[in-house]
Design a protein around this ligand. Structure first.
Ligand code: ADE
Length: 225
């Protein structure tokens, strides 16, 4: 999978993809993540990517020209399945959406910034808007990092069996069961006896029951359907 991220603040994306599972996936060639500096597509001497809104009021608006140029440059080299704009107005990101996006070949993520973006970008140049939650970030870079992390780990081969995405919280609309490791007892707090029993079938039943109980208690909304 190829993921191209267009941002006016590439420094914000310098670290998140260089560690752990995502970095390993990159090294294995499972995903190719490329960060593009939007300012490289600005033509004025200040490399500006924003301007005052026609409507007046405070705040700057990202201009369409550098974005169009960046998208055209990428599209002239490769066909993209989605051009995603990160925005608090977008479809709420979820495990289901991460699953769907992880099945695509090539995507572009355009990071929003400042107060907003020229509406014509949203009307004509992108295919999807995604929000990572009902709160407003200063820019879309952290949202892009969250989405890429959630998507890449689902691509076949990105994770070993032990790390398997199939046992994730949300993967089947249930939270994951509790986990324990050694020591079996710490300060009098004991690991549940069932986990020390060696009875695999009973342990599997226990895990499912715990998942259901935990979901009922912490996220009953997931059980609605
Ligand atoms: N940009 C600002 N806030 C955002 C959010 N909640 N999700 C995605 N992009 C954003």
């Amino acid at each position: 999978m190829r993921i191209d991220i267009i941002t006016a603040v590439p420094e914000l994306l310098a670290g998140p993809f260089d560690h752990s599972i995502i970095n390993r996936a990159r090294q294995k060639g499972i995903v190719d993540i490329r960060i593009h500096n939007l300012r490289d597509y600005a033509t004025d001497k200040h490399k500006s990517v924003d301007d005052y809104p026609f409507s007046g009021g405070g705040g700057m608006v990202m201009t369409i020209e550098p974005i169009d140029r960046a998208l055209s440059a990428l599209r002239s080299e490769l066909a993209y399945d989605e051009v995603i704009y990160t925005s608090p107005d977008g479809e709420l990101f979820s495990q289901k959406l991460a699953n769907r996006l992880s099945c695509l070949n090539n995507i572009i993520i355009l990071c929003g910034h400042y107060k907003g973006i020229d509406q014509r970008v949203r009307d004509h140049l992108i295919t999807k808007e995604i929000s990572i939650g009902d709160y407003v970030l200063t820019g879309g870079e952290l949202a892009a990092a969250v989405m890429v992390d959630a998507i890449v780990r689902l691509i076949p081969g990105a994770m070993s069996d032990e790390e398997s995405a199939l046992t994730d919280s949300f993967q089947d609309d249930l939270l994951a069961p509790p986990l324990y490791t050694r020591p079996a007892e710490y300060k009098g707090w004991r690991v549940p006896d069932i986990l020390l029993s060696g009875n695999d079938r009973e342990i599997e039943n226990w895990k499912l029951e715990e998942s259901i109980e935990r979901t009922k208690k912490l996220r009953p909304d997931l059980l609605k359907d």
